[in-house]
Design a protein around this ligand. Structure first.
Ligand code: CP
Ligand code: NVA
Length: 329
């Protein structure tokens, strides 16, 4: 494992497979220490800026609480809370904030913005989600799969169903390659991951013993340990895309039949938020447009014994803490 102090985490390939394994194991140590009341504060007195150009529940909460547990402080800059992207460039924002803060988290529309921010910030910059990557989520998912199965990552398999062209598809595929997992990306052809990203993941998988399968066929979930999905329309996409997106992706909804096909021990995972009922205003809007009550996952699967989505959500805290400790202590 190379020196992680001072490093950025902008996308999965910023760390090597060994460094990924190290972060997963560090998250386990930090989680156990917290549970047993013996957490040591390794970030005492540090200050972190959290820039959110888009909303967040888990990512913001996890960065804030993880920092506090470790003795660090955070400043939350909401979508209107700083000049970035409106009156001030990412380059200038990075040069200013890095003189005051010991690390910067950024969530926003464009990967380019965080790449520039990082180029101009000598302190670690962490990606809290962009259009292309959501690496703190895929680290959480790697840790959660290892924890839930009690088996080494290299023995695990998972399928991802749905829109595989966006942040979660890219991140899960690349993380799976890093961890040496058997990865099945299952979507309509038009929603498959970009060819260059698939090639990159396959190169990594050759090194780690992983396997990457790109498929349109739901039957490829057979035998996997975990079934993942994500929203069909991501934050920032226009309302107009819902109707067509739902029509094309409906056959890829994670239903009880899909879970049965995966096998008796298979677990369901979702980065959340999820559309599995009509409890939110967006879900009701989509229902008015499409008539669908459930989108990427059925309520039955979401609420089933097989669903580990809330354990997964909690693990955002422990895994983001691992990133902060590894890059800042
Ligand atoms: N999974 C995730 O990133 O959730 P938030 O959008 O709530 O941060
Ligand atoms: N693909 C989703 C992930 C949310 C955590 C989005 O970008 O909105």
């Amino acid at each position: 494992v190379g020196e992680l102090t001072g490093r950025d985490f902008l996308k999965e390939v910023d760390f090597s497979p060994d460094e990924w394994a190290h972060l997963v194991s560090l998250a386990g140590e930090l989680k156990a220490a917290r549970r047993q009341g013996r957490e040591e504060r390794r970030l005492e007195g540090l200050n972190f800026a959290l820039i959110f150009e888009k909303g967040s529940t888990r990512t913001r909460a996890a960065f804030e609480v993880a920092a506090r547990h470790q003795g660090a402080h955070t400043t939350y800059l909401d979508p209107t809370g700083s000049h970035i992207g409106s009156k001030e460039s990412a380059a200038d924002t990075g040069r200013v904030l890095s003189r005051m803060y010991d690390g910067i988290e950024f969530r926003g529309a464009k990967q380019d913005t965080i790449e520039t921010l990082a180029d101009f910030s000598p302190v670690p910059v962490w990606n809290g989600l962009t259009d292309e990557w959501h690496p703190t989520q895929s680290l959480c998912d790697a840790f959660t799969m290892v924890e839930a199965s009690g088996r080494p990552a290299s023995e695990l398999s998972f399928a991802y169903l749905g829109d595989a062209r966006f942040n979660m598809g890219n991140s899960l595929m690349t993380m799976g390659a890093m961890m040496g997992m058997d990865v099945r990306m299952i979507s309509p052809a038009a929603f498959a991951p970009q060819a260059d990203l698939v090639a990159g993941a396959k190169d990594i998988a050759r090194e780690t013993g992983g396997r990457i399968t790109i498929s349109e066929d739901i039957a490829d979930v057979r035998g996997v340990d975990f079934v993942h999905t994500d929203v069909w329309v991501s934050m920032g996409e226009p309302k107009g895309v819902w109707a067509e997106r739902c029509r094309v992706l409906a056959p890829y909804r994670v239903t009880a039949q899909v879970m049965e096909l995966a096998g008796p021990g298979a677990k369901f995972m979702h980065c959340l938020p999820a559309f599995h009922d009509l409890e939110t205003s967006t879900a009701r809007l989509v229902h008015d447009i499409t008539g669908m009550r459930e989108l990427e996952v059925s309520d039955e699967v979401f609420e089933s014994e097989a669903s580990i989505v809330f354990e997964q959500a909690e693990n955002r805290l422990h895994t983001i803490k691992a990133v902060l400790v590894a890059t800042c202590s």
